[in-house]
Ligand binder design. Structure first.
Ligand SMILES: CC(=O)N[C@H]1[C@@H](OP(=O)(O)OP(=O)(O)OC[C@H]2O[C@@H](n3ccc(=O)[nH]c3=O)[C@H](O)[C@@H]2O)O[C@H](CO)[C@@H](O)[C@@H]1O[C@H](C)C(=O)N[C@@H](C)C(=O)N[C@H](CCC(=O)O)C(=O)O
Ligand SMILES: Nc1ncnc2c1ncn2[C@@H]1O[C@H](COP(=O)(O)OP(=O)(O)OP(=O)(O)O)[C@@H](O)[C@H]1O
Ligand SMILES: N[C@H](CCC[C@H](N)C(=O)O)C(=O)O
Length: 464
């Protein structure tokens, strides 16, 4: 598309250049792209134009600022307000894709992963966009919910490749920043709301108000709500004009905990759910209701459950030990993960290795320390992703929630912490390695290193 055609409803330009794509982050610029340099909270995209040019961008739109550069550039004031128009004009097919969206503090990835597998097994081609990445696409995303241009590009591409359904994890940051504006979101699923991201939203009420935005979108036809969450009634009340579907652990006629998961009865079906954690029973119900709302029959969905795979890094067992990798990085999730192991392995002691991410909600750190020390028998505190913060300060913040009399170890180096935990694990102990799940990098202020909890744990196992 020619740039003058793209900008027709925004600004007149004599620049005559064909562009192949739109891009917000210089790191992901492709040859032929138009780079859109926005003023952000931390920095201005204009600081990265050299990188964008090196990667082959052919023109630049700059937010509220004059720049000098070797390729054509156009200044547009308040440029961010035009992002949806630009995205929609360039990636016309994006809004034709039917989107199932999931929001909530915990469980988005798990529910999305289950829905995607079910739809695939039922013969529906679908794309999955979230913390684990973007399927059927070379696009990389820095975020759980990608920026609006990346989203439109991926969805447009899906449509052209006959993928007419997408499952999208929607973070509260994405809702605040309008990353999903204008998309054809048909279903909205609510998993739960507990403490996280208060650095960004400041209060739980504001955090909830942000999540609400997804459920009242005009395009949303059905909402699927977790009745067991304390915020359920609120979400039910604001969605009176939608088809409302609720799910609850009480939907099961019986739940029997077994070592590898649960044996449940639902209506006249008795089946096994091969995942640990009661929260996964809720995740499964969310997925079941979502797929059912698309028109499939329970008789066709339920027999597929035993074939489902767990999402990578979520309660993932490291054989042969009683050790698990889990992505729990909130107070609620840490509590759930430990309780889960206690429930499935009632005669075992629990050891946990965890830390907290830097540049994220500081208030959750002491809370995570408190919950972990109340529930686990031994703790090794370590680094998560310190990002630009001092790792020692993060650990001190966690310690402030732990009673002085609680005996714990601090091993900042995460690899060493995991190796130590596994090689000294006792016969009567279960180990939980929490916080980084599937992640394969660790971010510090001055470096980013390759680090994979699963590999470290597997290798330490071999070393015994
Ligand atoms: C605090 C926050 O959410 N920031 C997001 C926001 O950034 P911003 O608009 O303030 O922009 P900025 O970082 O100041 O940068 C300014 C401009 O320069 C560009 N830039 C910036 C850096 C660079 O190296 N190259 C580059 O081109 C940016 O794309 C941006 O256009 O908009 C950007 C584009 O959409 C996001 O990538 C960025 O996410 C940052 C990286 C981030 O860490 N976000 C986290 C907190 C987040 O969004 N997390 C949620 C998941 C939370 C959960 O559910 O657990 C998520 O959806 O990922
Ligand atoms: N429904 C749930 N309720 C509470 N905790 C859950 C639930 N599902 C998963 N968890 C716990 O939370 C952790 C993160 O799960 P998951 O990745 O599915 O959530 P998420 O919302 O996608 O998180 P994020 O957006 O931060 O990546 C899991 O490793 C598990 O410990
Ligand atoms: N989506 C979450 C992931 C946190 C993962 C944890 N390992 C950390 O770095 O804090 C966030 O961006 O807050």
């Amino acid at each position: 598309m020619n740039i003058s055609q793209l900008l027709a409803n925004i600004v007149q330009t004599k620049i005559d250049i064909e562009i192949k794509g739109l891009c917000l982050n210089a790191q992901s610029t492709q040859p032929g792209d138009l780079f859109i340099a926005l003023q952000g909270k931390l920095t201005h995209g204009a600081d990265y134009i050299n990188q964008a040019i090196d990667k082959g961008c052919v023109a630049i739109l700059v937010d509220s600022k004059e720049i000098e550069c070797v390729i054509p550039s156009i200044r547009i004031d308040n440029l961010s307000q035009y992002l949806q128009t630009l995205a929609n004009t360039f990636y016309k097919n994006a809004i034709k894709v039917n989107i199932i969206s999931i929001t909530g503090t915990n469980g988005k990835t798990s529910v999305a992963y289950f829905i995607s597998q079910l739809l695939t097994k039922l013969g529906i081609k679908n794309g999955l966009i979230g913390t684990l990445g973007i399927t059927h696409s070379q696009q990389l995303s820095l975020n759980t919910t990608p920026d609006i241009l990346t989203l439109y590009q991926v969805l447009d591409n899906y449509y052209q490749n006959n993928i007419h359904h997408a499952i999208l994890e929607v973070s509260s940051h994405a809702l605040t920043q309008d990353r999903i504006a204008g998309l054809n979101i048909k279903q909205a699923i609510f998993t739960n709301l507990t403490q996280d991201h208060l650095d960004y939203h400041h209060t739980l009420d504001k955090y909830q108000a942000t999540k609400e935005k997804l459920f009242v979108l005009d395009t949303v036809e059905s909402v699927i709500l977790n009745q067991d969450d304390s915020h359920y009634k609120h979400f039910l009340n604001i969605t009176k004009d939608k088809k409302r579907i609720s799910y609850s652990l009480g939907d099961f006629d019986s739940i029997k905990t077994i070592e590898q998961g649960f044996l449940v009865q639902l209506d006249h079906y008795v089946f096994e759910i091969p995942f640990l954690g009661e929260f996964n029973l809720l995740n499964i119900l969310a997925a079941l209701n979502s797929v059912e709302a698309l028109g499939f029959k329970r008789d066709d969905i339920i027999p597929l459950f035993y074939q489902l795979l767990p999402p990578p890094g979520r309660m993932q067992r490291i054989e042969p030990h009683l050790a698990w990798i889990d992505y729990a990085h909130t107070p609620d999730a840490i509590g759930n993960a430990i309780t889960t192991l206690k429930k499935h392995y009632p005669n075992f002691k629990i050891r946990i290795v965890f830390g907290c991410g830097g540049n994220r909600d500081k208030d959750k750190r002491a809370e995570m320390g408190k919950i972990a020390s109340n529930l686990a028998d031994t703790i090794i505190l370590t680094n998560d992703n310190p990002r630009s913060e001092n790792p020692k300060t993060i650990i001190e913040n966690i310690l402030s929630g732990i009673d002085d009399s609680y005996k714990l170890d601090i091993i900042e180096n995460r690899q060493l912490a995991i190796e130590t935990a596994i090689t000294t694990l006792k016969e009567n102990e279960c180990l939980l390695i929490a916080g980084k799940g599937h992640e394969t990098i660790q971010q510090f202020s001055d470096k980013t290193i390759y680090l994979n909890d699963l590999e470290i744990a597997q290798n330490s196992t071999k070393a015994i």
